[in-house]
Write a protein that binds this ligand. Structure first.
Ligand code: CA
Length: 334
């Protein structure tokens, strides 16, 4: 085996394109290579039947060449040496039956351009022309396709994939003739889809706190809100950052616990520190002139949503109110 010098040139495939092609050409055991930032294309000058050609491609590279658009077809034609006559080159599109769709075996795609076939092709001339050759010559059918009998011998054209398992962290690697692109899964961005998108910052709720899973406010992070004693959460306690950069629910807030309504006592009235009679509100009771209070003169709305004591009553009978005082004095004395 003889290794010949590697020649690398930098050329632009398209003068309007900013993408620079890394064009390498070498001769190694009778075949050459063409390198781009995406797939690299390879061919052999040796001829073989279609099945052998595919095996050769798979043994040395990724598979027989896949063409996904007209520009790729044109590009491949431009790098292959001209041939005066058949045999030309095998490309990786085939079918198993006359009624089947032509399919690229490298990636199972089905692209066929409007002007891909040569004139009067595919003609299935020999009944089972289920493989395709690419004309590379100086005639009018240059770059066109012809369906052919797979047992015929032609030169294989192969590709080597540049994408691998680590090309895109959270996405699919897409190869083109002059680039590889990561198509990111929803929720990720960056040239390798390595960055999770972020949701807007959350703010600390009044009378409460929140805690987020590792990631802060990135995609799939969940934050849980909790309220301080005497406050209840209003809204969803858990919010999750979604792929569209928004939280799954509005940020909840903490509302003070409410105690049951406290009606005015008969023959008296009360005044409360808060109209809403909520957590920590205290209501002070007064009895009208000539009435005596039976019970505590103030109750407070507790964290559990109950008042700290029963509402006092106002009585006109001094003796009804007195025993409570006497009892208290009695126990205090002991
Ligand atoms: Ca044909």
């Amino acid at each position: 085996m003889t290794f010949l010098p590697l020649l690398c040139l930098f050329v632009r495939l398209n003068p309007t394109s900013s993408m620079k092609m890394n064009w390498c050409s070498t001769t190694w055991s009778g075949h050459c290579c063409e390198a781009t930032f995406g797939w690299t294309y390879h061919f052999s000058n040796q001829t073989m039947n279609w099945t052998q050609a595919r095996e050769w491609c798979q043994a040395h590279f990724t598979d027989m060449v896949v063409i996904q658009e007209q520009a790729e077809n044109d590009y491949i034609v431009s790098i292959l040496p001209n041939k005066d006559r058949t045999p030309y080159y095998w490309i990786g599109i085939t079918k198993n039956h006359i009624n089947e769709t032509w399919r690229w075996i490298g990636n199972n795609s089905t692209w066929v351009g409007e002007h891909s076939w040569a004139e009067k092709e595919p003609n299935n001339k020999h009944v089972a022309e289920f493989c395709v050759e690419l004309y590379v010559n100086n005639r009018s059918n240059r770059g066109k396709w012809n369906d052919e009998t797979c047992a015929n011998e032609k030169s294989p054209v192969c590709y080597k994939a540049q994408c691998n398992d680590t090309s895109c962290v959270n996405g699919r690697c897409w190869e083109t003739i002059n680039n590889t692109t990561c198509l990111c899964e929803p929720g990720y961005e960056g040239d390798k889809c390595q960055t999770a998108v972020e949701c807007p910052p959350l703010s600390q709720p009044g009378n409460g706190d929140f805690h987020c899973s590792p990631g802060g406010r990135t995609f799939r992070t969940t934050c849980r809100f909790k309220c301080h004693t005497g406050f209840v959460i209003n809204g969803s306690s858990d919010v999750t950052c979604e792929a569209n950069r928004t939280w799954s629910d509005p940020q909840p807030f903490c509302a003070a616990v409410k105690c049951p309504p406290l009606p005015q006592p008969a023959d008296g009235n009360h005044s409360c520190s808060d109209e809403g009679q909520i957590f920590n509100s205290t209501c002070h009771f007064k009895c009208h002139w000539g009435f005596f209070m039976m019970g505590s003169s103030a109750v407070t709305c507790a964290a559990n949503g109950y008042w700290t004591g029963p509402r006092p009553a106002c009585t006109s009978n001094y003796m009804w109110s007195k025993p409570f005082v006497l009892v208290e004095i009695h126990w205090d004395a002991i």
